[in-house]
Design a protein around this ligand. Structure first.
Ligand code: GRF
Length: 220
């Protein structure tokens, strides 16, 4: 599934359900997002995200990290596969492997990630549990450029979610995931249209340095 009008392409890396991948596939299908998804690569076999790719007729492949005792060997294999498509972007869509500087530095500023927290707060895992345990009033999600620092690259866009008194990690994660689907396709749309650019470690929005991430209301 791809748009003929698009000159930009991407490879998506997944590890699981692929609901973010699906949101991107749907946005491409409805021409909301002018992007060609060239391939989907999972590090785990049998996941729903691979089925979603197949249904959308996107070439897909599983490269199991478990088959490579050395991280570097796994990443070399992944690098070779991604490079076959010469993508403009590498979309991490629920990809649950930490990529090393070796991989990241091969793709300067074109690896994009979605993270379920209002970065720089709560990088890493179990963000929903952590915000509840900390008694936060707000949670959310962030699309950011991937750099060597885990979940630390420049943030493009965020969605804020008000935490309800009776929320638990599960109920909160469901609302955050819905917001993820909205901001990921929006971030990609802005990048494909060159409204968001990344150069010399700085993001620009409409030509102006972006110091604070956009929020969905600002640009929808
Ligand atoms: C999402 O919350 C993503 O941000 C996180 O893992 C979850 C995966 O969702 N890293 P999906 O695979 O896109 O459904």
């Amino acid at each position: 599934m791809s748009s003929l009008l698009s000159s930009k392409s991407a490879v998506a890396l997944i590890s699981g359900s692929g609901s973010n991948l699906q949101a991107i596939i749907d946005a491409i299908g409805s021409n909301e997002l002018q992007l060609k998804l060239s391939a989907v690569i999972s590090n785990i076999s049998g996941v729903k995200g691979l089925e979603r790719a197949e249904l959308a007729k996107i070439p897909s492949k599983c490269i199991r990290h478990q088959d490579y005792p050395q991280r570097n060997d796994y990443e070399k294999e992944l690098l070779g596969e991604v490079n076959k498509y010469s993508p403009d972007y590498i979309i991490l869509a629920g990809f649950m492997r930490i990529l090393s500087p070796f991989f990241i530095n091969n793709f300067n500023g074109i690896i994009i990630n979605i993270h379920p927290s209002l970065l720089p707060k709560y990088p890493g895992l179990n963000t929903h549990q952590k915000v509840i345990a900390a008694g936060e009033s707000w949670h959310g999600c962030t699309v950011h450029v991937v750099t060597e620092e885990l979940d630390g690259g420049p943030a493009i866009i965020q969605a804020k979610i008000k935490i309800k008194q009776n929320d638990d990690a599960d109920s909160l994660s469901k609302r955050v995931l819905l917001a993820e689907h909205k901001i990921y396709k929006k971030a990609l749309e802005l990048m494909v249209k060159s409204k968001i650019t990344y150069q010399h470690k700085k993001l620009k929005f409409n030509g102006q340095i972006l110091d604070q991430p956009l929020n969905l209301d600002q640009i929808s």
